[in-house]
Each structure stands twice: as structure tokens, then as C-alpha cells.
Write a protein that binds this ligand. Structure first.
Ligand code: HCC
Length: 223
């Protein structure tokens, strides 16, 4: 079995722990932690932390990204939208874990995510009938779930345009997916809204940009 580099560390976001590796029985893949960061909102002048977001990448992401980006350092990468766009649309699978610091209902959470995704798709011209239908399925999937602190939603974004959703009461990845939505524009928009041009988590972008160069330059140590 292909496993990941021993040099990859865990990340702590508030009380949430993001382990270095994640295995999925759905995809039969192992992912490594690219980075993790907090998503908060300024409410009446104070920064309120709502969720912790972690981006896990399929092993082959390192080789795929290194060719173009290995000569840039962390400070350069964090400012480079094209680098994040290559993560978002690269030909490797991503598993995004969103864990809750504050309790949110599925409706509250999905409303915000959908708003951002629709705005992005409209701005790049990919929002059409198929995307509107995919958004409806997304809303439906979140309709009757609740996320107390510590619960998680996992988004599996495959390069062929599949978005898998798994709801968990803790930090662990469930054995089965709760919904599978086939729509490439929406699957990419979820990650775009987190680490793209108008990111909900600049901290996550910093984490990715600070961790990935070591892997690009020292290679991927298979253990
Ligand atoms: C996204 C992805 C993730 C989030 C988002 C947009 C997120 C949301 C948290 O907003 C949140 C905070 C307060 C609320 C509802 C949701 O992590 O009332 O594209």
C-alpha cells in the first residue's frame, strides 16, 4: 500500500486535531495533510472562530505540483493565486475536512458555503442549470444534519468532477458517503471558496504555502 512521508506533521486548530494522514475506504486512497487553518468571522469587532478546515491531498499531488512550484518559497507561494488554483483543479483527489468549533446547523452552514460557491461560479461563468441542480442536491444533503463542536463534514473532491459528502460526529472519516454529487464546477468551487481568490480561510492558505515547499524539495519519502 502506498503510504505517505514520515516528515508530514499534524496541525492543531483550536481544539481540533488534524492528523498527518487520512485513509478512505470509499476511494481506497491515503491522503496527507497539505495544511489546516481556522475559518472565523468578524462579529462586532471580534474574531469569532467557527470552523477548522483541513485540506488532505492524494500522494501524487506532490509530484504534480512540484514541477511548476518547487522554485518558489512559502512567502512567494502564499501570494500566488495560480498555485492555489493548481491545487484546486489539479489531477489528484482532495479530501477537505471541515470541523466545527461552534455549533452550526446544516442549514446555517450550507447556506454560507452555497452563497460563496454560487457567487464564484457566476463570476467565472460556470453557473448553469446543471450547477443549480447540484446546489439543490447540496442543500438537501445538509437539510437535517446538525454539527455540534467537534463534528465534521468531509468533502471528497475527485478530479473527474465528483463531490462526495460525509457527515461525522467526530474527527473521523465515516466508511460511507452521505451524498455523491456529480458536478465538476461545484466540486471545485467548494475548495476555491476556501483557498482561492476570496478565501474564507487565509490561515489555511498560509498553512499550505508553508508546508508544501519542503515536500516539493525533499521529495516524497515513501515509508
Ligand atoms: C465556504 C466554506 C466554508 C465555510 C464558508 C464558506 C465555513 C463556514 C462557517 O463559510 C460558518 C460560520 C458562521 C455561519 C455559517 C457558516 O467554514 O453562520 O465556502
Amino acid at each position: 500500500m502506498a503510504t505517505a512521508a514520515s516528515s508530514i506533521t499534524a496541525v492543531q486548530v483550536d481544539n481540533l486535531h488534524f492528523p498527518p494522514l487520512l485513509s478512505s475506504s470509499v476511494s481506497a486512497k491515503t491522503y496527507f495533510l497539505g495544511g489546516a487553518g481556522v475559518r472565523g468571522l468578524m462579529i462586532e469587532g471580534s474574531f469569532i472562530k467557527f470552523t477548522g478546515l483541513g485540506v488532505y491531498l492524494e500522494d501524487k499531488a506532490v509530484a504534480s505540483l512540484a514541477t511548476k512550484w518547487k522554485s518558489k518559497d512559502s512567502e512567494g507561494l502564499v501570494e500566488t493565486l495560480d498555485f492555489f488554483r493548481d491545487i484546486i483543479s489539479g489531477g489528484f483527489e482532495k479530501m477537505i475536512r471541515c470541523s466545527y468549533i461552534r455549533e452550526l446547523s446544516g442549514r446555517e452552514y450550507s447556506r454560507k458555503v452555497m452563497e460563496n460557491c454560487v457567487a464564484h461560479m457566476k463570476s467565472v461563468g460556470t453557473y448553469g442549470e446543471a450547477e443549480a441542480a447540484a446546489i439543490e442536491r447540496f442543500a438537501e444533503a445538509f437539510k437535517s444534519v446538525n454539527f455540534p463542536p467537534g463534528a465534521s463534514v468531509f468533502f471528497r473532491q475527485s478530479p473527474d468532477g465528483i463531490l462526495g459528502l460525509s457527515f461525522s460526529q467526530d474527527e473521523t472519516l465515516p466508511a460511507n458517503e452521505d451524498a455523491v454529487i456529480e458536478n465538476k464546477a461545484l466540486s471545485e468551487a467548494v475548495l476555491e471558496t476556501m483557498i482561492g481568490e476570496h478565501p474564507v480561510s487565509p490561515a489555511l492558505k498560509h498553512s499550505l504555502a508553508s508546508r508544501l515547499p519542503a515536500l516539493f524539495n525533499h521529495g516524497f519519502i515513501v515509508i
